[in-house]
Design a protein around this ligand. Sequence first.
Ligand code: PGA
Length: 253
Amino acid sequence: MARKKIVAGNWKMNLSPAACNELVTALTAKQISLPEHTEVVIAPPYVYIDRVAGLLKDTTGFFVSGQDCHQKTSGAYTGDVSAAMLKALGCKYVILGHSERRGYHREDNALLAEKVNTALAEGLDVIFCCGEPLEIREASTQNDFVNAQITESLFHLDGAAMARIVIAYEPIWAIGTGKTATSAQAQDMHANIRSVVAGKYGQEVADNTTILYGGSCNAQNAQELFAQPDIDGGLIGGAALKADDFAAIIAAR
Ligand code: PGA
């Protein structure tokens, strides 16, 4: 998987069925044409994956993602969804390790390593989220914190598997707060992540790894963030729920 530009929309637990149709229809109506090695990814709630995949099926460069999946392939796990189900409904990706999953569902690095293995084995590429809470940033230990997340959940993979991982750096203090990382703070962390990947897998794998920024990324700040050499696009929450804003962020890639 060569290094790509990706703008991904994480809808979280938002939108009615009608609003979901309206948003995707408004996006496709814009007839956004994407250059090579550029993708737009939409991660709707599970219950809308089928319809979003249907609405996007003729839109080149647009793909669907799950927001999570279970670490087991199937079984008695009430309320959970498997990687194979996401794949069968047309997902190309699954987001794993979002800070809201880590926080509200107590997902830790070891569990996420299992989820990563299952997702890759079922044919999904992974958007792996990492990022530090405010107190870690204030103590200036964010690199160690993020490096441990990456090492413990990803570094058991071989190079071929690592090539199927997109990393999303999302500082928790910037998610949904309107307080975005500065482009310099984000670039510093992305360069750190790329060098840690290079140390383990070599420069070629690191250069080909797509690293997204997430956390209050919007139509106003996307261009400056995406212009940084190690920022390859964004994972967008709130601003992905409005077609015009999301389209402006796609245009900033
Ligand atoms: P936000 O969310 O853009 O609303 O801050 C980003 C995310 O959590 O992926």
